[in-house]
Design a protein around this ligand. Structure first.
Ligand code: RAM
Length: 331
C-alpha cells in the first residue's frame, strides 16, 4: 500500500471514529436494586431506561442480588467498580453495610447516590426519597385507621429488618400513633424480607398469634401481596383488612376481592427516571450535591437538597375501588 493510500485509510478510520454513534462513548449508570424479581424495581427500571433515552449516551445497568441482602449488594457494587461504571444509584438493603464499598467507589471517581432506600450520608453524595418520610408513616396508619372507626389491633409486616426506608416509615408511624390514632393498637412488627414465602409465613404467624387482629399494614409491595393472599386463602376477607404500599398492577385483584379497602404508593417509574436523571447531572458535573443545591429531574420537576443532602419526590397516591383499575395499567 502506498504512503498516500495508507494515510487515506488511516484518515477514513479516524473519520469513522468521530462519526461513531453516542453508544460508543456511553456513560454507564448502574441502577442497583434491593433484589431482582420485584415488580416495583422493574417499574423503576422502566423509568430509568426512559431517562437514559431522553438524555442520550447513557447505558443503564439494571442489577441487584437475588435476595434482598446487603452482602449481595456489596458483591455487585465491587464488580461495578471493576467495570468502571460512571455512576451507581442504589436502593440499599442496609444503611451502614454498604458504606465501605460505596466510599471505595467514590474514591475512584464514581458518582454515588441512593434512592428509595438510603445509605448513611458518608456512603453517598445524595439521597432521593420517594416522598416525605413522616407523610408516608402517617399514610400507612391512616390507611388502616380509615376503616377502623372503633379502633383495634393492627400489625406491621415489613421488608427486611435493616431496610432503611421501611424502618424510617415505621419509626415515623410509631411516633404519630398515640397522638393522632389513639384507638389503633400496634401489636407487632414482623419482617418478610421482601421474599414472598417468608412474607406469607410471617402473615400467617400474625394471624395465629393475634386473634383480634383487624388489619395488616405492609409498607412493602412484596409483603402486601403476600398478606392479602393469606387473608384471601384463609377466608378472612372482611375480618382482616390488608393495607400498605402496593403496586396497583400486582394488587388490583385484592381490592377487587375485598381483602383490602385501599393502599397507597408513589409513581415507581418516575422514581427510577429521577434516580438516573440525578446521577447523570452529578456525573457530568452539571450540579454539585450540597445542601441547598437545586437539581433538575427533567419531566418530573426539580428537587432541592436539604442539610443531609436528601430530597423527596412527591406525595403518595391512594388507590381503592374507584381508581385502581386505571393505575394498574400504568404500574
Ligand atoms: C418494596 C421495596 C421497596 C419499597 C416498596 C414500597 O418493593 O421494599 O424498597 O419502596 O416495596
Amino acid at each position: 500500500m502506498s504512503i498516500v493510500r495508507k494515510f487515506l485509510a488511516a484518515a477514513a478510520v479516524a473519520a469513522a471514529m468521530f462519526a461513531m454513534p453516542a453508544s460508543a462513548q456511553d456513560m454507564k449508570i448502574a441502577l442497583v436494586v434491593k433484589a431482582l424479581g420485584n415488580g416495583f424495581f422493574d417499574a423503576a427500571n422502566k423509568g430509568a431506561q426512559e431517562a437514559a433515552k431522553e438524555l442520550g449516551g447513557i447505558e443503564v445497568i439494571y442489577t441487584g442480588p437475588t435476595a434482598a441482602t446487603a452482602e449481595g449488594q456489596v458483591e455487585i457494587i465491587n464488580s461495578l467498580i471493576a467495570q468502571n461504571v460512571n455512576a451507581i444509584a442504589v436502593s440499599a438493603n442496609d444503611p451502614d453495610a454498604l458504606v465501605p464499598v460505596l466510599k471505595k467507589a467514590m474514591e475512584r471517581g464514581i458518582t454515588v447516590i441512593s434512592w428509595d432506600s438510603g445509605v448513611a450520608a458518608e456512603g453517598r453524595q445524595m439521597h432521593l426519597n420517594p416522598s416525605d418520610t413522616d407523610l408516608i408513616g402517617e399514610t400507612i396508619i391512616k390507611l388502616a385507621a380509615d376503616y377502623l372507626p372503633e379502633g383495634g389491633d393492627v400489625a406491621i409486616l415489613s421488608a427486611s429488618s435493616t431496610a432503611t426506608n421501611q424502618n424510617a416509615w415505621i419509626e415515623a408511624a410509631k411516633k404519630i400513633l398515640p397522638e393522632k390514632f389513639p384507638k389503633i393498637n400496634l401489636v407487632a412488627t414482623v419482617y418478610g424480607d421482601d421474599d414472598s414465602v417468608k412474607s406469607t409465613n410471617e402473615a400467617k404467624g400474625l394471624i395465629a398469634s393475634y386473634p383480634n387482629l383487624k388489619a395488616i399494614i405492609a409498607p412493602t409491595t412484596v409483603g402486601v401481596v403476600a398478606a392479602a393472599q393469606v387473608v384471601t386463602d384463609m377466608g378472612l376477607i372482611g375480618k382482616v383488612n390488608v393495607t400498605g404500599l402496593a403496586l396497583p398492577s400486582e394488587f388490583k385483584q385484592f381490592i377487587d376481592n375485598g381483602s383490602s379497602q385501599a393502599v397507597a404508593l408513589w409513581n415507581p417509574i418516575d422514581l427510577g427516571y429521577s434516580a438516573v436523571y440525578i446521577a447523570h447531572q452529578l456525573a457530568t458535573k452539571k450540579v454539585e450535591a450540597k445542601p441547598g443545591a437545586k437539581i433538575s429531574i427533567g419531566k418530573v420537576g426539580e428537587i432541592t437538597l436539604d442539610d443531609t443532602n436528601s430530597a423527596a419526590m412527591a406525595a403518595p397516591f391512594q388507590f381503592d375501588k374507584s381508581n385502581i383499575e386505571e393505575f394498574s395499567k400504568i404500574y
